[in-house]
Design a binder for this molecule. Sequence first.
Ligand code: DLL
Length: 434
Amino acid sequence: MTGYILDKTETLSRGELAALQSERLQKTVRLVYDNVPVYRAKMEEKKLRPEDIRSVEDLHKLPFTTKQDLRANYPFGMFASPKEDIVRIHASSGTTGKLTVVGYTQNDLDVWTACMARSMAMAGIDRSSTVQVSYGYGLFTGGLGAHYGAERLGAAVVPTSSGNTLRQITLMKDFGVTHLCCTPSYALYIADEIRKMGLDMAEFELRGGLFGAEPWSEAMRGEIEKKLNITALDIYGLSEISGPGVAMECGCKAGSHIQEDHFIPEIVDPDTLEPLPYGQTGELVFTTITKTGQPLIRYRTRDITSLNAEPCACGRTTVRMNKVFGRSDDMLIIRGVNVFPSQIETVLIRAGGIEPHYQINVDRVNNTDVMEIEVEMTEEIFSDEVRNIEKLKQKIESMLYSMLGVTATVRLVGPNTIPRSEGKAKRINDRRTY
Ligand code: DLL
């Protein structure tokens, strides 16, 4: 198995960890109560004082924070430290409304870098590695997050950012890049371009990849690993909590270890907001316990997943989150049935004969929801007889029906017709008007 444990904090006993979390939680609650008016107001509304929070057991008493709170206090209203102590500002754009701003103190950048360094150690990155960072550099946290983490481990960083795929590939080969960091959809795009250039993976030194920033299925992992001949690991994070590296998969590929000494995870029922036990699926919520710039209490991520507290074969004791199934706001409701894009992706890849480039189009025709999946055929199928193409279309439609419980039509399109993304893929085209 690749990878190593960088920091012994990752292997604390559950009791030691709870003690550390409790101490840090108390400090954080005091910090936000004293410095962030929104938090003071939210706590007063619940008749809570900072001294009422004595341990992690009291976490559920605290109020939630949402993206709406960040937007309502745009740009700096959620900062818990004076502006002079803020040394970096990132922002993420949602589909609607204002940017979500995140301010970091030097302490916060150190926490983030430490989390990224641990994550990269899980993928086996060390001083001998060469890491190509093809996440975008800028307000998006992917590029700079990966950059600082790799440098902390003493690896050689190639900061290509995203885009200019042919140059990415040339550098990857010529510089002997061992690890690639980008979105899983971009990794597939790069793999396809390598094939088109007539290159063989044996000419590369690539061994591993840290892919994240968007949901991806096990089936997609299989495709990436096969095409690039590497070990592909999942990295999770969100700007509001710090950036990439909030959780990372170890070589066991059995869920991503959450950096629990910095971020306390919970799963709640997205409707009732009641905490759910380990193993149950719901919305992931985080409380930061070491950040000072913009600490967040019970932040609702909207990501749907479950937590697993079983000991991991790698030796780490931290709780693992399963692959993100989708976002509560990405979930499509088609004729009353909940549909996640990840379910569609799983079917498409399992069916074979297609490339994992697809788009989901949803319309409302005569007051009925209609879903169409546009997906690219492989070159072989594309040049096959019409009869076989029709057979494949029917096969995928019937597999989709069994998986989703609603009908979807499939439109098989030629190779390279669906627009590629160098960052997060945009797969849903919901044209319904309500
Ligand atoms: O996407 C940070 C990041 C960069 C993570 C690079 C991993 C790698 P945001 O732009 O704020 O931050 O988007 C955060 O992206 O709430 C999830 O919905 C989604 N997401 C991130 N990582 C994963 C993943 C970065 N591994 C939002 N699997 C999150 C599924 C992911 N979804």
